[in-house]
Write a protein that binds this ligand. Structure first.
Ligand SMILES: N[C@@H](CCC(=O)N[C@@H](CS)C(=O)NCC(=O)O)C(=O)O
Length: 227
């Protein structure tokens, strides 16, 4: 039986969703985050040295890293339903979005989360303005413009088609969903990017997405929107 090592409120939720879309049976091994740091517990390192989620174990094969897991699952279990045919224009989009989600977009969301933590953490009163000043400079000189540029690019993409690789739902949409869910709680996505908000609505209406939520349990991403 395929096992998903599932950390609460994390990227492993999208793996449950993909498995529901594929109709593959799986077991969930659950891990809670540390209450103070939100980090994964040390037991996850027994499954993979980095101790991050998601990780799956299937027939004795351990696969980590969302994109690699999705590619493994599609390669092993998909009969052409959730991926375009290799070499097509849609395939090139498919590989692009599969890499873009974690390679380009998620680092921006992580920086945003870290800066919000710095801005909102309790600290000595005379240190706080210095910490906030540095965080503000990073936002103003790098983060804000990059987030805006990426969100505008994504919104434009989804103004041209329902899904990231055209009019057909693929596993690249599953990979991109977590990035947009993170952006939903860390940026002004809902108010300013109608096609991205619409994408999340469409995704959340899918029976397999709902089934994965039922299996995965409470799902709420860490926020960090300022103001
Ligand atoms: N690029 C990796 C990122 C893995 C990752 O950072 N996962 C987070 C969960 S969303 C995690 O395990 N966080 C807990 C920790 O860092 O201790 C992937 O997509 O699998």
């Amino acid at each position: 039986m395929l096992i998903v090592h599932h950390l609460e409120n994390s990227r492993s939720q999208r793996i449950l969703w993909l498995l529901e879309e594929l109709g593959v049976e799986y077991e969930i091994k659950r891990y809670g985050r540390d209450k103070q740091t939100s980090l994964a517990p040390p037991e996850l390192k027994e499954i993979h040295p980095l101790g991050k989620a998601p990780v799956i174990v299937d027939n004795g094969v351990t696969v980590a890293e969302s994109g690699a897991i999705i590619e493994y699952l599609v390669h092993t279990y998909d009969d052409d339903k959730l991926h375009p045919s290799e070499g097509s224009a849609e395939w090139r989009s498919y590989t692009y979005w599969m890499h873009y989600a974690e390679g380009t977009f998620m680092p921006l969301m992580i920086i945003s989360l870290i800066l919000t933590r710095i801005e909102t953490s309790p600290m000595l009163f005379f240190v706080k303005p210095v910490a906030k000043g540095i965080a503000g400079k990073v936002r103003a000189s790098y983060l804000d413009a990059n987030v805006k540029n990426n969100l505008a690019f994504l919104d434009q993409t989804l103004s041209e088609s329902t899904w990231f690789c055209g009019d057909r739902f693929t596993a690249a949409d599953v990979q991109m969903s977590f990035a947009l869910e993170a952006a939903e709680v860390r940026t002004d996505l809902a108010a300013s990017y109608p096609h991205l908000a619409g994408f999340l609505q469409t995704v959340r209406a899918r029976p397999a997405y709902k089934a994965a939520l039922d299996r995965g349990g409470h799902y709420e991403l860490m926020g960090g929107k300022r103001g």
